[in-house]
Design a protein around this ligand. Structure first.
Ligand SMILES: Nc1ncnc2c1ncn2[C@@H]1O[C@H](COP(=O)(O)OP(=O)(O)O)[C@@H](O)[C@H]1O
Ligand SMILES: [Mg+2]
Length: 360
């Protein structure tokens, strides 16, 4: 059986570009090379696509971008001519057909349905959630709306649009104060990695937080703060998804902000979370129902709060969760007895199965 060709996409025009590069290096190392030929496509912070043939170790450091062998490379949405088209230095254009794309992209322009739509147009199998599910999970307002409609509890929230900022800010803040208790969390709807998120303890902080969040997005949500433990589950699969054991994030600061996530400041990942069996099952049940309600496929990491009274509140679903060797998703799967190489293999196979490709 010939090896299948998989394209790993990394970087991207997103504030999570650097994390994507770290995740992608982990994914590239973990993909079993006896089964797959891997090609790597890097997307710069400005959104330029390059065929990258250098060392994997230069991806997380950002040095990949300066590699002399990089050539521009685009992806054709036409199903007849689908594939990556590389513009070689010789002046030739070379089409690279692939069996599957693994978009290891986080945040905007990658985890939000944009590239998923491109691969759907081309009819090329790709790892992870489809366009609509990726888009719905990326938008925090839509996530709340869809989950609530499906009977899944989320934090109480109020949405504000940029068009309401100038004339209606005071009115909207009155509405928030009526519906929600302090502290509140102010969030740009489509960001990730806690960028633009602030915790507001009073009206002045609320107004300042909203203005800051609008630097990052045209839509902002304000949520009531939840007092609870931050717990997460990894999900993998198609129609009958597998839900992992529960992991817990313990953070030292006010909340799990960008610094707590990526700078070594003492945040801890605990697997499995020290919770009761009943709580574990309640979390896994909510996670499975949320994954299905949001139309997720392939993989996702579902993040929840577990309150002192045992209530499970869904916070968000990450459709391309962090994939570094210390990230929650691969660790939870490893805890379930699935080693890294098998995780990537399974994810690729799920993509092929969804597309009806016979790969054996
Ligand atoms: N309603 C809330 N109550 C308490 N803490 C929250 C709430 N919303 C967010 N947080 C804190 O902020 C962090 C980032 O928020 P989240 O919605 O997960 O954004 P991101 O998509 O950037 O990860 C969470 O991990 C948590 O620590
Ligand atoms: Mg989060």
């Amino acid at each position: 059986m010939a090896k299948l060709k998989v394209a790993v996409l990394f970087g991207g025009r997103s504030n999570e570009h650097d994390i994507s590069c770290i995740s992608a290096a982990h994914v590239i190392r973990s993909i079993p090379k006896d089964k797959y030929d891997v090609i790597t496509i890097g997307i710069s912070k400005k959104g330029h696509w390059f065929k990258y043939i250098g060392d994997t170790e230069l991806i997380p450091t950002g040095e990949w971008e300066k590699h002399p062998d990089n050539v521009p490379c685009i992806f054709s949405p036409d199903p007849i001519h689908s594939g990556f088209i590389a513009f070689e230095r010789s002046g030739e254009t070379v089409t690279i057909k692939v069996d599957c794309v693994f978009p290891v992209l986080h945040g905007r322009n990658g985890e939000d349905g944009t590239v998923q739509g491109l691969f759907e147009l081309a009819g090329v199998p790709f790892v992870g959630c489809d366009l609509i599910s990726s888009a719905m999970c990326m938008d925090k307002d839509t996530t709340h709306t869809v989950l609530e409609a499906n009977g899944i509890k989320t934090a109480k929230w109020v949405r504000i649009l940029r068009s309401e900022l100038d004339e209606k800010l005071s009115e909207k803040c009155d509405e928030m104060e009526k519906k929600l208790r302090y502290p509140m969390f102010v969030k740009p709807c489509n960001c990730g990695s806690s960028v633009g998120i602030t915790k507001a303890k009073n009206r002045a902080e609320l107004e300042a937080g909203i203005k800051l969040a609008f630097v990052h997005d045209k839509k902002v949500i304000v949520e009531e703060g939840i007092v609870g433990r931050e717990i997460e589950c990894a999900v993998m699969g198609g129609e009958k998804p597998f839900v992992s054991d529960v992991g817990e994030i313990r953070t030292v600061g006010e909340f799990y902000d960008y610094t707590a996530k990526y700078d070594d400041v003492g945040s801890e990942v605990i697997i499995p979370a020290e919770i009761t069996e009943a709580e574990r099952e309640a979390v896994r049940d909510v996670v499975l129902r949320s994954f299905k309600a949001m139309g997720c496929e392939g993989l996702s990491r579902c993040d929840c709060f577990l309150t002192e009274t045992g209530e499970v509140i869904l916070n968000e679903i990450n459709t391309m969760p962090g994939h570094t060797s210390i990230s929650m998703y691969p660790k939870l799967m490893e805890h379930a007895g699935i080693p890294y190489s098998e995780q990537e293999d399974r994810l690729i196979k799920l993509a092929l199965e969804r597309a009806g490709v016979d790969y054996e």
